[in-house]
Ligand binder design. Structure first.
Ligand code: ZN
Length: 155
């Protein structure tokens, strides 16, 4: 562990996996920490400081450059994900990405803060999820919101 340094942290394991693959495709060796714990208890992610992606010390600078190139890091810190709102009517098909039509998508269950509070107070899990979608092909994230008729025209 002496030669390893945390390069970047993520809230969700799948984000860390995408960055890991990207770094490794550039020939940078990586290691992941706290992935399994967070996979089981997503809401602990913040408490644990997220899923950590580590690189060897000598790869650190190159790792940062690579992540900047890949859009994982912006000037002031790492990338804040942009979640788009997609307005739909009742009959929408949520098995496809509304942007690139790929079906290589995932539902992300972000757990609301209320769920976490109930868990810490009572020790029981009452999941109150807000569902986000992620497309592995175009990398976009979105939420669906029911549209009133006049809002449907807005992309
Ligand atoms: Zn897509």
């Amino acid at each position: 562990m002496i030669n390893w340094e945390t390069l970047i942290t993520f809230t969700y394991p799948h984000e860390a996996h995408m960055a890991k693959l990207f770094l490794e495709s550039e020939g940078i060796e990586t290691m992941m920490l706290d992935e399994k714990t967070i996979q089981v208890k997503n809401f602990l992610s913040n408490a644990l400081g997220g899923v950590k992606l580590l690189v060897q010390k000598e790869d650190y600078e190159r790792g940062i450059e690579t992540l900047k190139r890949g859009g994982y890091i912006r000037e002031e810190g790492y990338k804040e994900e942009e979640v788009r709102i997609v307005y739909v009517d009742k009959s929408h098909d949520d098995t496809y990405c509304p942007f690139c039509k790929s079906d290589n998508i995932a539902k992300k269950r972000g757990i609301k803060i209320l769920t976490a509070i109930i868990y810490f107070l009572l020790g029981i899990m009452i999941p109150i999820f807000k569902i986000k979608y992620l497309c592995y092909d175009c990398g976009k994230e979105w939420k669906y919101r029911k549209a009133r008729k006049q809002a449907l025209a807005t992309p």
